[in-house]
Design a protein around this ligand. Structure first.
Ligand code: 6PG
Length: 483
């Protein structure tokens, strides 16, 4: 028999995906650039299902039933292009190439168009859930043609995580839509992690709690509306003790956060779309600031408590009340970050011509992926039904608006106290500013328009009648209509 699916690239993610496929009844063709990895996988896991190991791309193609379907799990960028070149030579019209890596969606759009020239289907599929998700059930965000999804959909559904019996996979939209949505998923992941980090800092430095005490707080929060994978693992990280020093591990880990690019892409893309994703942007910039070692050291030495600067502690008299205020602030700010992420998906869909069902995206994020959470059920409910009736922003969905009614007071208190104490809360603060920006009946954007018209004759609109206007600032200051 032949394989119904193949995997190219058998590092941990690819190997685990292949095993997941085989365990769910697929016959899986295997190919890796260095054949030893294929042999190792067969030796360790060959008995878990039906595998057809191959050691050349030609044999790999031969092992696959038509339409051939292959998932590429190699490094993004040039290595991916190289495998696509090889597969394009041995595949035939109608065959399907799936890129399961974290590719940039613009690369996916380019590769899809190129593959189409050869009659091939190219599907950029976001796969979230890390190594464990790849093996046990990830959340999968495939783009590409509707036709390719007829073949691919059932295979992906067999390996995806399940929530309420539904597989966490949907056809997101054509060409790069899947990788676009995966990119925004990662941006939201960054924002969520930053907000959790700010909450931790407030409890740790602000309220003077120990990592073990804070682990208990997060474990308790995980039984509230905040219930999520990221909150759960936060408690686990905070409970860990370093074997060597006996200190909480979090105190031994260097406070310089790494990143591999997807958060940055989310913000770059949002800038192009003029969609304010302030929570995600602050999260990316906070990671950047953490690695600015020289200015950090110099500023720590220069702007000290002895110089009159606040030292990062809060006078907390009622610890339980403070913990609850931070929880409310986290909930509100998280909602704003998700609202901004979904706005970016909506804007991307409009720009690139994708028909993306936002409720379906929320549903496939309920399981398998890094941001999986009960919260996503509420987002799915907010976007369910006729898109014409969808809330203009998630914050306006009735359930979420009531959540903000209850949380906004605590949110303001937390941001104000943190600011006075000198505890940086960029994501809490910028999401609150964004929310107040939405609420403000008049924005100083009017003044900005006046300034632009004065120095550059950029014109402005009026509140009281249509048209574009310019004031003759260097003349008699009368107003003329210019459009
Ligand atoms: C996932 C993750 C994954 C990525 C992390 C880490 O959905 O499974 O998003 O794709 O490894 O986002 O990214 P950074 O290294 O940029 O933090």
């Amino acid at each position: 028999g032949r394989a119904n699916i193949g995997v190219v690239g058998l590092a941990t993610m690819g190997g685990n995906l292949a095993r997941n496929l085989a365990r769910h009844g697929s016959a899986v063709a295997l190919f890796n650039r260095s054949p030893q990895r294929t042999r190792d996988l067969m030796a360790a896991h060959g008995d878990e299902g039906t595998f057809i190991p191959t050691e050349s791309i030609t044999d790999f193609a031969r092992a696959l039933a038509r339409p051939r379907t292959a998932i590429i799990m190699v490094k993004a960028g040039e290595p991916t292009d190289e495998v696509i070149r090889q597969l394009t030579e041995v595949f035939e019209p109608g065959d399907i190439i799936v890129d399961g890596g974290n590719a940039r969606f613009t690369d996916t759009i380019r590769r899809e168009a190129a593959a189409r020239e050869h009659g091939l289907h190219f599907v950029g599929a976001g796969i979230s859930g890390g190594e464990e998700g790849a093996l046990e059930g990830p959340s999968i965000m495939p783009g590409g043609s509707v036709e390719s999804y007829e073949t691919l959909g059932p295979i992906l559904a067999s390996i995806a995580a399940r929530v309420d019996g539904e597989p966490c996979v949907t056809h997101v939209g054509t060409d790069g839509a899947g990788h676009f949505v995966k990119m925004v998923h990662n941006g939201i992941e960054y924002a969520d992690m930053q907000l959790i980090g700010e909450s931790y800092d407030l409890l740790r430095r602000g309220a003077g709690m120990t990592p073990a005490e804070i682990a208990d707080v997060f474990a308790a929060w995980n039984r509230t509306e905040l219930d999520s994978y990221l909150i759960e693992i936060t408690a686990e990280v905070l409970r860990q003790v370093d074997a060597e020093t006996g200190l909480p591990l979090v105190d031994v880990i260097a406070d310089r956060a790494g990143m591999k690019g997807t958060g940055t892409w989310t913000v770059q893309t949002a800038l192009d779309l003029a969609t304010p994703v302030t929570g995600i942007a602050e999260a990316v910039f906070a990671r950047g600031l953490s690695t600015q070692t020289a200015p950090r050291e110099a500023a720590q030495a220069r702007f000290t408590e002895a110089q009159g600067y606040p030292g990062g502690t809060l006078a907390v008299t009622d610890r339980a009340a403070f913990v609850e205020a931070v929880r409310q602030a986290l909930l509100a700010a998280k909602l704003v970050a998700y609202a901004q992420g979904f706005d970016e998906i909506r804007a991307g869909a409009a720009r690139f011509g994708w028909d993306i069902d936002l409720a379906a995206i929320a549903r496939i994020w309920r399981g398998g992926c890094i941001i999986r959470a009960g919260f996503l059920n509420l987002i799915a409910a907010a976007y369910d039904g006729d898109p014409a009736d969808a809330p203009a922003s998630l914050v306006l969905a009735p359930h979420f608006a009531r959540l903000l009614d209850a949380a906004q007071g605590a949110w303001r208190q937390v941001v104000a106290h943190a600011t006075l104490a000198g505890i940086p809360v960029p994501a809490f603060a910028s999401s609150l500013a964004y929310f107040d920006g939405l609420r403000s009946p008049r924005l100083p954007a009017a003044l900005v328009q006046g300034q632009r018209d004065l120095f550059g004759a950029h014109t402005y609109e009026r509140t009281d009648r249509p048209g574009a206007y310019h004031t003759l600032w260097s003349g008699d200051r009368s107003e003329i209509r210019v459009g």
